[in-house]
Design a protein around this ligand. Sequence first.
Ligand code: GDP
Ligand code: MG
Length: 319
Amino acid sequence: MMNDQTNNLGATTNNAIIPVAPKGFRSGFVGILGRPNVGKSTLMNQLVGQKIAITSPVAQTTRNRLRGILTTDKAQLIFIDTPGIHKPHHELGKVLVKNALNAIELTDVVLLVVDSSTKAGGGDRYIVELLKRSQTPVILGLNKSDLQPGDYQHLDRTYSQIAAANNWSMVKFSALSKVGLETLLELLIKHLEPGPYYYPPDLVTDRPERFIMGELIREQILLLTRQEIPHSVAIMIEKVEETAKLTRVFAAINVERNSQKAILIGKQGNMLREIGTRARQQIQKLIAGEVYLQLFVRVQPKWRQSRIRLAQLGYSLET
Ligand code: GDP
Ligand code: MG
């Protein structure tokens, strides 16, 4: 059972109170789009002020659609972090692209994030073409400004051409150092209509805590095993036991093959222990309390191909 204290996600088990929005209050949904690894999840975490989306240098870290909520005096912005858009290779890939496309139509404004330390490439243009077909206003966000070289003008030009051709606003920032995020926020709020609070003001994500726990475990697997495992792992939080002093979390790591299970467990269980130690530290931050984490690895052949299994494992297949 969850206790009724407010945890770090701002969620409470008591009836959440949604106040009436003051006059002139704006609200709406912001779709964060962009090719993999440009910093979409990092940006959302920084904007809402809490790590809710996992990030890593490994492409395709973000698998599910996740909402991040930011409430200020003037506005409530609901960010929808999407998996990076890329050409689909298998069933899961198709789901990812489809979800990203659906996100475009359901939002009030799209923030197209690019990596401004490199010039606009085919991956960006593919998304630009998709966005051209939509009615939703677009802001072109040039991220990673901290990585730009001294002679960045030629890089920026490749993006300002795209923005000008489509009548999109353009803004530059660094999600990592937070430089420029205030300006970005003001621009986003300008694009929203007057509206209500959709969520209680202190909530930072729509996902249950268990989901974020699973993601924090998956993040450590991505970081520690790099290319060997990533796409075939799914975490299931089987049980959470809360006592006054300690939260016990029991999680299964589902993989497709015995060889992957062997990698995850490692020599004398070293890998799994390391994943567990690091994930536990992350989960402790999330819930702001002591955590005992027990992980076990299970082989579930071909889960990726099976949409039913995907659904059973908790991946929403929005159609
Ligand atoms: P996503 O795939 O678009 O969600 O990208 P992530 O948020 O997972 O970030 C991918 C990598 O880029 C991570 O290693 C981040 O730390 C890094 N990153 C994100 N934003 C910035 C930034 O503004 N500056 C720098 N230097 N790195 C960034
Ligand atoms: Mg991401």
